[in-house]
Design a binder for this molecule. Structure first.
Ligand code: HAM
Length: 438
């Protein structure tokens, strides 16, 4: 006989199961509510896109595009990839649907799975989930870039305020926001050259990854977590000392705006982010209980990305929250989902009682109660045992007596109390009970 094959979820992917999925749903619902209050609408882009879309926007030399994408050939022989993130898709959609003609700015949010072939560990998966948001605004022709610095900073600050409000509503603990400015096309290239020159002087003291990055992307050296490199990095030139006047003004205004909104932050000059499309504002948020993978949100400004993808000159700012990490942190803080539970377990015996039980379950479910209706009759003792196991609040007992008299027997499982009442009385009582418990 052929050996039975056991299938398992692929490394770095996992099944999300009840009751944990309760918390996932709650978190997503909170995001929808909070983002809605800031005027964001939902976008649902596809899970796969042309590989070139990601290569062009995220950058060929990034780890995400260079090593981590799940790419395959489609039937027309073009290369497509599972999305490693969604900012590129949102920009593609902005262009494809002519959103520059919508009232500006266009504010969109998304939730869903992303895919990166990373080495799995706690808080790092190959299929993970993001909750993200983007604000896109076409730049009117001939606009003086210096004129809108205050406005851009206010938009950045509001986006950050929104994600912080969401974390507060979710009950996330130990939330810390770090911000930075990485300059723009004017000042960053000069800084990068300076950084490269300084790094060349200490090349021999750096590890192989950083040595390679001196040529490909010296900014990423600042991201290094290697203990032996920390002393060297501390002595490197800082971008804040090399920002052009517009970038410096924008960064100063961002800090003022965050202050006005009561959003606490720390500055981190080493915060450069791992994707190529950023300019000026970058930020990251960490939370408690996550170990080394403690970044629960990352984002920043990406003016020019839409244009790079063939659209009109457009400004952009956004973020993505790592939902897996958010959930992990909430669970570590004891805020995990409660067991699914049931409001009512309908215990029935007898053919007539089955009809009544089906109708009762229909009515209760229509009123929003969670109801368990056993498919076959059970002795009441066994049924009550099962109701207990499922964490039901009430057991509705329907037997010959109840059918004859029209009076239901209702047992409150926590106290063991039992009472007779009409259907209307029971509905009223469970409604009150439900309200009391929520
Ligand atoms: P990112 O920093 O690459 O940015 O990812 C955002 C967040 O997704 C991270 O802070 C982390 O919480 C989570 N994340 C990333 N990779 C993994 C993984 N392998 N396992 C679990 N969680 C992970 C972006 O994706 C940008 N698109 C954010 C953005 C939007 N910037 C502007 N708009």
């Amino acid at each position: 006989m052929a050996e039975k094959k056991k299938f398992q979820a692929i490394k770095g992917t996992r099944d999300l199961l009840p009751p944990d999925t309760e918390l996932w749903n709650r978190v997503e619902q909170t995001a929808r509510e909070v983002f809605g209050t800031f005027g964001f609408g939902e976008i649902r882009p596809p899970i796969f896109e042309p590989t070139e879309l990601f290569a062009r926007s995220i950058g060929m030399d990034t780890d995400v595009v260079g090593k981590e994408m799940y790419s395959f050939e489609d039937r027309d022989e073009t290369s497509v990839s599972l999305r490693p993130e969604a900012t590129a898709s949102v920009c593609r959609a902005y262009i494809e649907h002519g959103m520059h003609a919508w009232p500006q700015p266009v504010k969109l949010y998304y939730t869903g799975p992303m895919f990166r072939r990373e080495r799995p560990q706690k808080g790092r998966y190959r299929q993970f989930y993001q909750i993200g948001a983007e604000v896109l605004e076409m730049v009117p022709p001939n606009q003086d870039p210096a004129k809108n610095i205050g406005k851009d900073a206010a938009v950045d600050a509001e986006v950050i305020e929104m994600v912080m409000a969401f974390f507060a509503r979710s009950g996330l603990e130990g939330v810390e926001l770090a911000i930075n400015s990485i300059g723009d096309r004017q000042c960053r290239p000069k800084y990068v050259e300076l950084l490269r020159a300084e790094l060349m002087k200490v090349k021999d003291k750096l590890g192989p990854d950083s040595q390679r990055r001196i040529l490909t992307n010296p900014l990423r050296v600042l991201d290094s977590k290697l203990e032996s490199e920390q002393g060297i990095i501390a002595g490197l030139p800082r971008i804040s000392d090399h920002l052009c006047a517009n970038c410096a003004a924008q960064y100063a205004e961002l800090k003022r705006q965050l202050g006005m909104r009561g959003v606490p932050y720390a500055e981190n000059w080493r915060l450069v982010r791992g994707l190529d499309y950023y300019m000026r504002t970058t930020f990251e948020i960490t939370a408690r209980g996550l170990g080394s993978q403690n970044a629960v949100c990352g984002g920043g400004r990406y003016d020019g990305l839409v244009e790079l993808l063939g659209g009109p000159p457009t400004k952009g700012i956004g973020f993505a929250i790592g939902e897996d990490r958010l959930i992990l942190s909430l669970e570590e803080a004891g805020k995990g989902g409660a067991a699914l539970g049931r409001d009512v377990f309908v215990a029935w015996m007898g053919e007539q009682a089955q009809g009544a039980a089906i109708l009762a379950a229909q009515k209760l479910r229509a009123s929003g109660f969670r109801v368990e209706l056993p498919p076959v009759e059970q002795k009441f003792g066994k049924a009550l045992g099962q109701a207990d196991k499922l964490g039901a609040r009430y057991a509705l007992i329907l037997g010959d007596d109840e059918i004859r008299t029209g009076q239901w027997t209702v047992k409150t499982l926590a106290s063991g109390e039992q009472a007779k009442m009409s259907e209307a009385e029971f509905l009223e009582m469970s409604r009150k009970g439900k309200r009391l418990s929520s």
